[in-house]
Design a protein around this ligand. Structure first.
Ligand code: ATP
Ligand code: MG
Length: 397
């Protein structure tokens, strides 16, 4: 057993000593059997939330209406969820009601894929009611039960299928893939924020082509915001994206470049996906730089605007789209810039005011011009020279 499970064993033992059942479930069981590192340990139990809270000194109600209580034990939090069955879904996304049950089998039945429906006892024994072990062995994703029903119940599962394919380097079994094709349009019922999480995990996965191929083949892509016109670009990515991108900013920058979005189109595109304004700003800067890198002409000003954080993003995207890797010399060129941040400018607003320039919007404009001229090597970063230049500019007006 991995260290994380060893540490959690006493928690399961405590629940069992009180007469309930408790198992490790979900991704951590799957990843342990695959020999992959695990992040969070999830526990399923026959005990009700109140019963769990009586057994442990320190708990947090993280999702008590769904049956989830976090048990705090030696600095680690364990999400502990009461066995439940999810019966009727009327809006394609969440069960109308959560019913707590006392049977593990009921709980495993409501899970999405056989590889995610394994349970493990505290002694390491695996409970495998749906041949999840065989599917793990054969590296395939298969819906638990009738795939048509399962995607109709919860359309997000379709995006989960393609993201697990990418993360695990698995294929989706034909019957499950056919059911996704049949229900792809239901993706429009899912909150875009939830689709976004799965899309990003797909693009960040170890083998994104593995996820992108069924994402295209099943038509899921057609029901993603702003993707409808992008079939050629997305299809190209299914061969060019040979490894996962590093982060969210890289993922969106890649899509913006691959789609050929003009600068003014990036904000509206990302707004549809409900990303943060901070992400939008970063993607705009990185996209301009990635396009410039592909054209072989990144300016000093773009180097400066990207900074050491966005340069690797722009470079990674340009490389995916066929440009040579310039990571090392780009960072060296950035290092050699006369200015790396605005606060390093030798003249401040106060300096300019002391030289007689009026406060107001024009002061900001002047500082911006000074910043630009220093970065592009037209002026030295020297207080006297900058102040004099500002006065010259102000007098020209
Ligand atoms: P990850 O490594 O990304 O955390 P995971 O398999 O643990 O993968 P989670 O989203 O953390 O995925 O969900 C935990 C478990 O809950 C899953 O393994 C699965 O059994 C179940 N599950 C999660 N989402 C759904 C869903 N939409 N429908 C059915 N079961 C689900
Ligand atoms: Mg998980």
């Amino acid at each position: 057993l991995p260290q994380e499970f060893e540490l959690a064993r006493p928690v399961l033992q405590t629940i069992e000593r009180a007469g309930y059942e408790a198992y490790f479930v979900g991704g951590s069981v799957r990843d342990t059997i695959l020999g992959k590192p695990i992040h969070d340990v999830d526990i399923a139990t026959s005990a009700y939330p109140d019963e769990i809270k009586h057994l442990f000194k320190r708990t947090v109600d993280t999702g008590i209406e769904h049956g989830t209580v976090m048990i705090l034990d030696h600095g680690t939090g364990y999400e502990t969820t009461t066995f439940r069955s999810e019966s009727t879904y009327t809006d394609f996304r969440r069960p109308d009601q959560v019913t707590f049950v006392r049977s593990l089998a009921e709980d495993l039945k409501r899970r999405d894929f056989t590889i995610n429906a394994l349970a493990m006892r505290e002694n390491g024994e695996v409970i495998d009611l749906f041949n999840g072990l065989q599917d793990l062995q054969q590296r395939q994703i298969r819906a638990v039960g009738n795939p048509q029903e399962r995607f109709h119940e919860d359309a997000l599962r379709m995006m989960r299928a393609v993201r697990f394919a990418s993360q695990l380097d698995f294929t989706i079994v034909p019957e499950t893939e056919a059911a996704i094709t049949a229900h792809a349009e239901l993706l429009t019922k899912i909150a875009v924020e939830r689709t976004q999480v799965e899309l990003l995990k797909l693009l960040e996965g170890a083998t994104p082509q593995r996820g992108l191929k069924p994402f295209m083949a099943t038509n899921l892509w057609r029901y993603c915001p702003e993707f409808a016109e992008q079939e050629p670009a997305l299809t190209r990515l299914t061969t060019s994206l040979t490894q996962g991108v590093a982060d969210e900013t890289t993922a969106w920058t890649l899509l913006a470049c691959a789609f050929g979005l003009v600068p003014a189109a990036i904000g509206p595109f990302l707004k549809q996906w409900k990303t943060s304004n901070q992400t939008i700003a970063a993607v705009q800067t990185a996209t301009a730089a990635a396009n410039a890198l592909q054209a072989g002409e990144l300016s000093a000003w773009q180097l400066y605007q990207c900074g050491s954080e966005l340069l690797p993003v722009a470079n990674a995207v340009a490389v995916i789209l066929g440009a040579p890797d310039r990571q090392t010399d780009l960072l060296a060129a950035w290092q050699a810039l006369p200015l790396k941040a605005k606060k390093q400018l030798a003249a401040t607003g106060r300096d300019l005011m002391q030289a007689g320039i009026q406060p107001g919007p024009q002061l900001g404009d002047l500082l911006k011009q000074l910043e630009y001229q220093v970065v592009t090597g037209q002026l030295p970063n020297d207080q006297a020279a900058l102040t004099q230049h500002a006065l010259d500019l102000a007098n020209l007006k």
